[in-house]
Design a protein around this ligand. Structure first.
Ligand SMILES: [Cu+2]
Length: 287
């Protein structure tokens, strides 16, 4: 489990990985507002976001550029009044623990490699949001970006709207406990990641190495110290951010032709094992 966490690092939000808004009906779709966000490493033990401090409610496109030398993510959380980002980080660090109702996983951008840009679009209601970097840098058990200062507060202002997300041909639906996919192609995909379940989920897409099986990926993902070489290609693993139940986002995922394992490492809000242990793993072929 640790292994896959490392591989996908900040992919995780609660537990191993990382966490968006929902579309609605109503007015005709207009172009999402763009939130340009970047991250740097000003020193060895410092991580810093550059981000606007407010944005209008509605469909918001986050363009997240990693200007550092390590992988980073921009996990987007909404905190109810009276709760602090420090409390949220304690929840996240408590792997397998309960996820309280005041903490909402509303999207953002999962792991982005150095020099790269990732994007996602989500419908944001008014409120107080935190962008946090949950990546642990290059070293095993290194502090997360958030622990090194990688936290930014964004106020979402105005009226809750019925903003629509961009239309996509590719989709990944997540539920308890599995995935359904359609339209995933080699290359850069705009994917509707639709959490149709009640629990928080994300999707980690890990290429299965030649000659290896999904059963081996499962064993690798659920054991702390799986022996032998990993059955997946960490370098080409991509992921969505973590989303609360009944929310969705459109995320850019770069895929290659071939076999992938889809996995979820998030636990139920009540706490418990990561969902991969409950069978939230499946194989897809991108062609
Ligand atoms: Cu899940």
């Amino acid at each position: 489990m640790r292994n896959v966490q490392r591989l996908a690092a900040g992919l995780a939000l609660f537990g191993m990985a990382a966490f968006t808004g929902c579309g609605g009906d109503g007015e005709s779709a207009s172009a999402p507002r763009v939130l340009n966000v970047s991250i740097t490493e000003p020193s060895a033990n410092r991580v810093a976001f550059t981000a606007p401090t407010s944005v209008q409610a509605g469909a918001v496109r986050i363009r997240f550029t990693n200007r550092g030398r390590q992988p980073h993510d921009a996990t987007l959380l909404r905190l109810d009044d009276g709760h602090t980002v420090a409390e949220a980080l304690r929840v996240i660090e408590n792997e397998g623990g309960p996820i309280p109702d005041w903490l909402h996983a509303v999207g953002g951008v999962a792991t982005v490699r150095p020099g790269q840009t990732g994007t996602s679009v989500q419908n944001l209601a008014p409120g107080r949001y935190q962008l946090i970097d949950l990546e642990s840098g290059d070293a095993e058990n290194a502090p997360t970006g958030a622990a090194r200062g990688g936290i930014a507060t964004i106020q979402v202002t105005g009226e809750a709207g019925a903003a629509e997300l961009p239309t996509t041909t590719a989709q990944i639906a997540a539920y308890e406990y599995g995935f359904r996919t359609q339209g995933l192609k080699p290359g850069s995909n705009n994917v509707l990641f639709d959490n149709i379940g009640a629990q928080p989920h994300h999707a980690v897409a890990a290429p299965i190495l030649p000659g290896r099986s999904l059963a081996e990926v499962r064993t690798f993902a659920v054991s702390e110290n799986a022996p032998g070489p990993p059955p997946i290609d960490f370098e080409r693993t991509v992921a969505t951010a973590v989303l609360d139940g009944r929310t969705k986002q459109v995320v850019q995922l770069d895929l290659e032709r071939g076999r992938y394992a889809l996995l979820c490492f998030i636990q139920d809000r009540a706490g418990g094992p990561p969902h991969v242990v409950k069978g939230m793993i499946s194989e897809i072929t991108v062609r």
